[in-house]
Design a protein. Structure first.
Length: 365
């Protein structure tokens, strides 16, 4: 008997796997595998979510008008160029659906976000990677990889999982070197963690400067709202119009919209989160780098890449297993081409103390 057959390429997709959430029989689990907000969501967002419970029978505003207006006010943008989605993942997928198809190429850097190739294969497009230099996006390599089939270029800036970034000048050079019919997507999920880097911008000006650049953002990181899925993008008018035609009619839930609005009103909490991340990340890196044989790489996100020796029993796989046995969950990133490293999200100070002790116990066992 014959059976339905998916389109070519669908079964070649390796499903995205989020960070592990459980750790065997550990009595306490410290999840540092998904780059979630260390301090959780804003108390104002929690209260707004609770208050929305008596309206769950109502459909949400399909256009997210209040949320788009609030984002426009906060970031000095044009509301009609903002599109909201169920996480920035949805917007990435919509962009690829809109501008790439069978045989087209979707280009991104070597250690880029795994959603790019997954979404590309989903429409029959070909994902293409460009080599990085010192785990940093190389504009020269990206430009050299462009072909007549290239339709979209993704640059996560700062990048996950490497934690590195390219300057505003380099991003402009990339845009200038691309054909006008290629969409450049600046994935700025970690932009709020960039403090004091005067050579960095999240991409708004590039969007304003032309008709072919999109900036994506998320509420999952600094705002701690990963569990309710909320992202947004800022795009030229024509691209925003296309995304509006493709998205599902009610793609952002009513409680999600109300929690997002409240989160945007709590600058004090966001500032506390930014300060906590900067201080805790710097301290954690210093402590890990003081351990013989380990390297904690610089990071401009809310996570640190820790590089382990290659020897059996001392490598990243062994470290992951040991830490998991202690209830500490890091992220293995062999799927990103970095099997010798673990990505460790920044949690509370207490969680990072416990994580650090687990690493020391592993090295000294």
């Amino acid at each position: 008997m014959s059976a339905p057959t998916p389109r070519p390429g669908i079964l070649d997709i390796a499903p995205y796997k989020g960070g592990v959430s459980t750790a065997g029989g550990a009595t306490r689990v410290i999840k540092l595998s998904s780059n979630e907000g260390a301090l959780g969501p804003s108390p104002k967002a929690i209260e707004a979510l609770r208050k929305s419970a008596d309206k769950l029978h109502r459909y949400p505003d399909g256009g997210c008008e209040a949320l788009r207006n609030k984002l426009a006010e906060k970031y000095d943008l044009e509301a009609d160029q903002i599109v909201c989605g169920a996480g920035s993942d949805e917007l990435i997928t919509l962009l690829i659906r809109a501008y790439a198809g069978p045989g087209d190429e979707v280009l991104y850097s070597q250690h880029g976000f795994l959603m790019y190739p997954i979404a590309a294969k989903g429409v029959g497009a070909v994902p293409v990677t460009a080599a990085e230099t010192n785990m940093t996006t190389s504009v020269d390599a990206l430009l050299a990889a462009v072909t007549a089939k290239t339709k979209i270029v993704f640059v996560a800036n700062p990048n996950n999982p490497t934690g590195t970034y390219i300057t505003d000048g380099e991003m402009k050079r990339l845009r200038e070197g691309l054909r006008e019919d290629i969409v450049l997507v600046v994935d700025a999920a970690y932009a709020e963690f960039m403090t004091g880097q005067e050579d960095y911008t999240a991409g708004e000006e590039l969007v304003r400067a032309g008709k072919n650049t999109v900036m994506t953002r998320t509420f999952s990181k600094i705002y701690g709202l990963g569990g309710i899925r909320l992202g947004w993008c800022y795009a030229p008018v024509d691209i925003a119009d296309v995304l509006g035609r493709l998205r599902n009619p009610f793609n952002v839930a009513l409680p999600t919209q109300e929690a997002g609005l409240a989160a945007l009103d709590d600058d004090e909490f966001v500032n506390t989160c930014v300060r906590h991340n900067a201080e805790t990340l710097a301290w954690f890196r210093d402590e890990v780098n003081a351990i013989s044989g380990l390297i904690a790489h610089p990071s401009y996100g809310n996570f640190v890449l820790v590089e382990f020796p290659g020897a059996e029993g001392k490598n990243a796989d062994a470290a992951n297993d040991f830490m998991m046995s202690k209830g500490v969950i890091p992220r293995k990133i062999g799927g990103y081409g970095l099997p010798q490293m673990l990505r460790i999200s920044i949690g509370t100070k207490e969680e990072m103390d416990i994580c650090l002790q687990a690493i020391k116990d592993f090295v000294n066992r």
